[in-house]
Design a protein around this ligand. Structure first.
Ligand code: N2P
Length: 383
């Protein structure tokens, strides 16, 4: 079975399980037993570095209360920013959350440390099909525990988009809304926002022009850059605050993450705005991503980090992330605790047919990342 199909199968299994919510959850592994006295002599502090809007509201406070470990929680905006910190070393972080697209190189580059699974009793709650697939990024499954996954796609404020398009019907392929000048020229008026990093924008652009989304070939990157140059004048924002930009009306179209687009949707509803925000499922497929908990090589508090990772793997803790922020996790034991309206939302847990069309996560070579970065910088500058 090729790479893509293995991922799809693993994720569709999860999606199906999430929908069949009838029976009571089988009792999952009991919460971690406290380590034997003296086992963890680290100072009771932990530095966590995660993406924004990616943690359930009470998780950190509950963890601190229960364990007495004080958490210093900080956020980064893209994989490139996290990677730069890891490469520089002495980041001070004990837990980081790299995307699979960067994690392979970070493991190979010696930037992460092996996880002592004897200190993660809840490890068994992970979905073995997804873990088997993650082994292509993390051979031996020694370094990563998945945090959450979703896919990069197009999000819209439907009312505004319909108005801006006028007599032009919605395209069959939603990627046209951000990459085809016929549409972007019209949507410019209500605001197009892109994610802001080479490895977020170039893979969908490559996919759109019919190339491998994770091509290492500079000629492909150049071709994607040429396509992007045509829509550059129509792009209003390179956003690291996509939730607010969509919910607050700065943008009517986003090249963004489905999870964040769904958060924007909920936020607009809470704010009683009339914005009808939707994550679309492009006919040619979105791009699946998976972000993973990992411990930097030089972390000062690896045992506290393992306690945190194990805490996250409790079914109810993982489920809170899915329920509050509409991001699925790889915690199979959490699925029975996912609210039915989330479990049944096809933009959160796409059905098997939709997943089958999506692009599986992969990674770039170091040389490719440099070429992507050059193409991206030129794209952003050009106007
Ligand atoms: C932030 C989610 C980040 C996911 N809300 C992108 N890898």
């Amino acid at each position: 079975m090729n790479k893509k199909h293995f991922w799809i199968l693993a994720l569709s299994f999860l999606a199906l399980t999430a929908c069949g919510k009838k029976e009571e959850p089988k009792e999952a592994a009991a919460p971690a037993a406290a380590p034997a006295p003296g086992a963890n002599t680290e100072e009771k502090v932990l530095s966590v570095y995660n993406w924004p809007d990616y943690v359930a509201k009470d998780m950190i406070a509950d963890f601190e209360k229960e364990t007495g470990i004080k958490v210093n929680y900080q956020t980064f905006e893209n994989n490139e920013a996290l990677h730069a910190k890891l490469v520089a070393g002495n980041s001070g972080y004990d837990v980081v959350v790299p995307g699979a697209v960067f994690a392979k190189g970070q493991i190979e580059g010696g930037l992460l440390q092996k996880l002592d699974k004897s200190k993660i009793p809840n490890y068994g709650n992970l979905d073995s099909a997804i873990m088997a697939k993650l082994a292509t990024v993390d051979p031996g499954k020694e370094y990563l525990v998945p945090w959450a996954w979703s896919y990069t796609t197009v999000g819209i404020n439907k009312t505004k988009v319909m108005k801006a398009l006028g007599s032009t019907p919605m395209p069959e392929n939603a990627w046209d809304l951000v990459f085809n000048p016929t549409y972007t020229a019209k949507l410019k008026s209500c605001g197009i926002a892109y994610l802001d990093s080479p490895t977020e924008v170039l893979p969908p652009a490559l996919h759109y022009i019919g190339k491998n989304a994770y091509s290492n070939d500079p000629a492909d990157h150049k071709a994607a850059g040429e396509m992007l140059a045509k829509v550059r004048p129509h792009v209003r924002l390179f956003s690291s605050t996509m939730i607010d930009d969509l919910a607050g009306g700065k943008a009517c179209v986003a090249l963004g993450w489905a999870g964040d687009i769904n958060i924007a949707r909920s936020r607009a509803i809470e704010n009683k705005s009339d914005a009808d925000i939707q994550a679309l499922l492009p006919s040619t497929g979105g791009l699946i991503f998976m972000d993973n908990l990992a411990i930097p090589k030089d972390a000062k508090h690896p045992n506290n980090a393992l306690t945190f990772i194990d805490y996250f793997l409790r079914p109810e803790v993982s489920a809170a992330l899915t329920n509050e922020l509409s991001y699925p996790t790889a915690n199979k034991a959490s699925l029975a605790k996912v609210k039915p309206e989330i479990a049944q939302d096809k933009t959160v847990f796409p059905d098997a047919g939709t997943l089958a069309k999506m692009v599986a996560p992969s990674n770039f070579s170091n040389a490719a990342r440099e070429s992507l970065s050059n193409v991206y910088t030129a794209f952003k500058k050009g106007k």
